[in-house]
Design a protein around this ligand. Structure first.
Ligand SMILES: [Zn+2]
Ligand SMILES: [Zn+2]
Length: 278
């Protein structure tokens, strides 16, 4: 029988810079630029532990079809999940910006969309407050210079049509409420359906559709809270009727008196309770 070791040390997560029990070797196909950006901006200068052969495929981070290589680092479960979600989130965010440029801007040039929180991988430290990133987009009225509402983006593989209900972590709901309170503006939530593009062994992403709701429709369509068994996190559930196809968004921006519908609602009703715990 092998001698029992009492000094086993788990590998160090290059983003947390701490050994953790769930740290494993993680594999990513990345272009040269994105490899450098993770190494320097998220992993405190730690180079990949190994680098594979050059091949043509999708970079997991920038989603370009280009020359990529298999890169490996030690990461914990959380950091691996965050790292793998960023490329998908970029594609979702870009599809919202494209929609705005092509459809909203020609009709409502006075409204400007500002990307507030471009998804990126940053070093993670124990003292960080989790789930408290700012709203993804802010919309400004160029005539008055005032920020009139925010937009939070949620991304998934499903279309709203295929969902039985829409679910949002309670911590995400709290984060949205925190920011609308702080900025004193209402907010929309846009769900982006993003699907994988397979080019084995690599994978890219493609946005397939956008749906929107706002904090008032969420409050009206809230159905309950459930605990997610494995993760010990509460999720709030909403009827999918809260959402409309993005084609209906334009009419939201003109209440008939030159203001947006949601701005009027905010004046009348303030900030709604988007979920309840009892
Ligand atoms: Zn790249
Ligand atoms: Zn980590």
């Amino acid at each position: 029988m092998a001698k029992k070791s009492s000094t086993f040390v788990y590998p160090t997560c290059v983003r947390h810079l701490k050994p953790r029990k769930d740290v494993r070797l993680r594999l990513f196909f990345l272009c040269k630029r994105c490899t450098e950006s993770w190494k320097n901006e998220a992993f405190s200068g730690n180079a990949p532990l190994s680098t594979g052969e050059k091949m043509e495929g999708y970079c997991l981070l920038c989603n370009k079809l280009t020359s990529v290589q298999l890169q490996t680092w030690f990461l914990c479960d959380i950091c691996d999940r965050v790292a793998k979600s960023i490329g998908r989130n970029h594609v979702a965010e870009q599809s919202i910006l494209d929609y705005w440029e092509q459809t909203v801007k020609p009709k409502f040039p006075k409204y400007e969309i500002i990307q507030n929180d471009k998804a990126s991988l940053r070093p993670r430290r124990a003292e960080d407050v989790s789930g408290e990133g700012p709203l993804d987009f802010l919309v400004k009225d160029k005539n008055t210079g005032k920020t009139i509402f925010g937009i939070e983006n949620k991304t998934g593989r499903s279309s709203i049509k295929e969902m039985s209900q829409f679910q949002l972590d309670v911590s995400d709901c709290d984060s949205i409420l925190h920011h609308v309170n702080h900025l004193h503006i209402p907010a929309y939530i846009i769900h982006a359906q993003v699907l994988e593009l397979w080019k084995p062994p690599t994978m890219g992403f493609e946005a397939k559709g956008l749906w929107f709701t706002d904090m008032y429709k969420m409050a009206q369509n809230f159905t309950g809270i459930k605990m997610r068994a494995l993760e010990q996190r509460g999720a709030a559930f909403f009827k999918r009727a809260a959402f409309s196809p993005i084609e209906n968004f334009l009419e939201q921006l003109d209440n008939g008196d030159g203001t947006a519908v949601i701005v009027k609602q905010f004046e009348l009703h303030g900030i709604p309770q988007i979920y309840r715990t009892n």
